[in-house]
Design a binder for this molecule. Sequence first.
Ligand SMILES: [Ca+2]
Length: 408
Amino acid sequence: MRGRTTEVGRRTGWPAMGMQTVLLCAALALASVAAGCSGISPTAPPVTSSPTATSTPGSIDSGGQAGEALEADLSVEVVAQGLTVPWEIRFFPDGALLVTERTGRVLRIDPETGAVSELGRLPVASEGEGGLLGAALDPGFPTQPYLYLAYTYRDAADGGLRNRVSRLTLTGDAIGGEKVLVDGIPGAGNHDGSRVAFGPDGYLWVTTGDAGREDLAQNVGSLAGKVLRMDREGHPAPGNPFDDSLVYSYGHRNPQGLAWREGDPDPYVTEHGPSKNDEVNHIEAGGNFGWPVVGGMAGEPGFVDAVYAWSPTIAPAGAVFYEADAIRGWRGSLLFVTLKESDLRRLTPTDASFSAVSEEHVLFDSRFGRLRSIAVGPDGAVYLGTSNRDGRGDESEGDDKILRITAR
Ligand SMILES: [Ca+2]
């Protein structure tokens, strides 16, 4: 068992650390969350374009150690707007953004001018939570001019929803030459997973949801409810725990964040629980992460506990480890965004192994609406994508947006 959770307050589950300093920080943070909720209106004026600072007095983030950047120390700019559910943000080597829109467009966005150019449009089934979802750029780009995309489609034979992972070639300003790497991953109007990323091992990792059929998550013969690991042709990566299988870990419900800590070959995943037990998990080869049998930090033999869990749920989405110095004191933190709670969260670990969480910081609570995607730019700025046009949000002027957060 890696730890346990206690349910404190509406928003956060603080692990019981037995450390005075941590408990003090928790109390301060909870107090300021309450203050922040009354002080920050969800209908605050939309952020105007650069370089307008939008920090708010009375930062929610008051649990930080001395020397760590707080919300008041940060500036927010709009990089691009008028988008429709930007699901993933990546960076081309020249610094331009690669963005997927859930409705099917693949975009290149100039981070300085905000100019948006369409590289292509995929015929996705943009239904419910499905559509064009995760994306990764080949680590050898542009010598290897490939994009790896995950999307939902309707099966021609039975009309059912499925997900697939495809490789497309970028030639000039257009993608084409689709090669399907993995086809027929169970899909549905929700629980489609589909975060896609290259790990430090050079292999392609893909999260999949249970597609609303929870039994599939425990079936290692199904691609649903899994973390998959493959080569660039869609074949099982060497060293995968099950013979001739893409499956790396199982027992997942709807994992939508996938991030690596520096020096660690195994990723961390954020995933959506049902009405409780949203989780951050440290993935292990062959690990059973519990769904639908156990959740959170149950401590049950045979299951891997979450590193951290939230009850009630917050709907965690994109995640990234912050391995830069541009924002003071953030190096080594896990950053992720939430849909339901509409904030940016930063988790700091108890120790170098990140096997437990010592502090949770809540930033920009309800300032921008639902947040789905996150990336760290080459300059150490943090980029966020809103998700207010996904059918569950309140659309503000200019939505959806890509935002850039930098130190003042
Ligand atoms: Ca679990």
